[in-house]
Design a protein around this ligand. Structure first.
Ligand code: PMP
Ligand code: GLU
Length: 395
């Protein structure tokens, strides 16, 4: 008799997302009444701006409850094209823009429409944990290129070039980065773009944390803005989740060369169909700029939290970290304690009720990640708990 549980395809062997699992565990422990301090969730703690909610409520009241095109409402795609063209300096038409249920699905649909068995996808580590698993689902091979703290966890162009083979189809670039907090400079992006053009592979630029940058000397730059040649090789992903505090709305979008955008739309038309119709009306209000004041307030709050967490945690004996330049994560090297990140985080949660993300599935088992998308009070409490845990270990 056949073994029905035998994994035969590429999709069945995935491991569940650790970020979502640990975030859920911390929430469950809190719900049981335990005083858990969670620095796990990669989601802003602010409410969605009122103008966005109002637009969605109005759409619902006006019975905007039917299917839209799988690629999104034309008016939303036009706003997405305007955003990429004007804010990111990536000239594109609305036909090149595709709306999806979250940036996660935009990343996935781009990989799925582009890659397959025999292809290689370069992923710099530490990476956001879902990239390699997404690549695995297509039968393509993730090729991990490690980066170092002394290089601000940015790719070294020579090391990138050394990893390129004739099978390289795609490279994933995350700036600002989850989990490292690095923001790539123009010079580094130019060097990466030159390598992509020279060897003719594509770049998936995940720019979901674009709005969350904190230093004047490290503004966000889109690699696709650097030249027409690199634009023709780049898929740029963004969305509403992080900038507008809309994680649960599931609104992501991308722009890609037209030939690939058409494939992505075909893929989405057979898999997800459209993003929830009334949610798309909320996204329209966001992209029309109706919440711009709110997003700047959130950015400023994150900038203060970044300074606070870095000043508190970088002082702790044995913990090594860099000052993040963007996103809302602090990546800490825990090599000094002689244990892997899973054991470290399990004990931290059990003994100190502090939830952090082990970076074993981010390609960096000597690292743990704190999300500072939480109150300053929570950050102070977390630093105290980490300090007390580390003090025990250092004894
Ligand atoms: N890219 C990165 C780097 C992320 O950290 C996340 C996490 N949310 C996503 C994409 C997916 O975002 P969304 O919630 O819009 O699917
Ligand atoms: N991206 C966020 C994180 O890294 C949310 C969880 C997820 O989608 O992985 O925590």
């Amino acid at each position: 008799m056949q073994d029905l549980q035998k994994i035969t395809g590429y999709m069945g062997g995935l491991t569940p997302s650790a970020t979502l699992a640990i975030t859920a565990k911390a929430k469950a422990l809190k719900a049981e009444g335990l005083d858990v301090c969670s620095m796990a969730a990669g989601e802003p703690d602010f409410d969605t701006p009122k103008a966005v909610k109002d637009a969605c409520i109005q759409a619902l009241n006006e019975s905007k409850v039917y299917y839209t095109p799988a690629s999104g409402l034309p008016e939303l795609r036009k706003l997405v094209a305007k955003k990429f063209t004007e804010e990111n300096n990536i000239p594109c038409t609305f036909e090149q823009c595709v709306v999806a249920p979250g940036a996660k699905f935009s990343v996935f649909s781009a990989i799925a429409a582009l890659c397959g068995p025999g292809d290689e996808v370069i992923i710099p580590a530490p990476f956001w944990l879902s990239y390699p698993e997404m690549v695995n689902t297509t039968g393509a091979k993730p090729v991990i290129v490690n980066t170092k703290a002394e290089n601000n966890f940015e790719l070294v162009p020579e090391e990138l070039e050394a990893a390129v083979t004739e099978k390289t189809k795609l490279m994933i670039l995350t700036t600002p980065s989850n989990p490292t907090g690095a923001v790539y400079s123009r010079a580094k992006l130019e060097a990466i773009a030159n390598i992509a053009v020279k060897h003719n592979f594509m770049i998936l630029a995940d720019e979901i944390y674009e709005k969350l940058v904190y230093d004047a000397d490290k503004p966000h730059i889109s690699i696709a803005s650097l030249s027409e040649e690199i634009r023709n090789l780049t898929i740029t992903v963004n969305g509403c989740s992080k900038a507008y505090s809309m994680t649960g709305w599931r609104i992501g979008f991308l722009t890609a060369p037209l030939w690939l955008a058409k494939r992505i739309i075909a893929f989405q038309s057979h898999t997800t169909s459209n993003v929830t119709t009334f949610a798309q009306y909320g996204a329209i209000a966001a992209l029309e700029g109706k919440a711009d004041a709110d997003i700047e307030n959130m950015r400023q709050a994150f900038a203060k939290r970044r300074d606070l967490i870095y000043s508190l945690v970088s002082k702790i004996d044995g913990i090594k970290c860099l000052r993040p330049q963007g996103a809302f994560y602090l990546l800490c090297d825990i090599s000094a304690f002689g244990m892997g990140s899973d054991e470290f985080c399990t004990r931290l949660l059990e003994e100190e009720k502090l939830a952090a993300i082990p970076c074993s599935s981010f390609g960096a088992d000597n690292m743990i990640r704190f999300s500072y998308a939480c109150s300053e009070e929570n950050i102070r409490k977390a630093a105290e708990r980490l300090q007390s845990f580390v003090a025990k270990l250092n004894k």
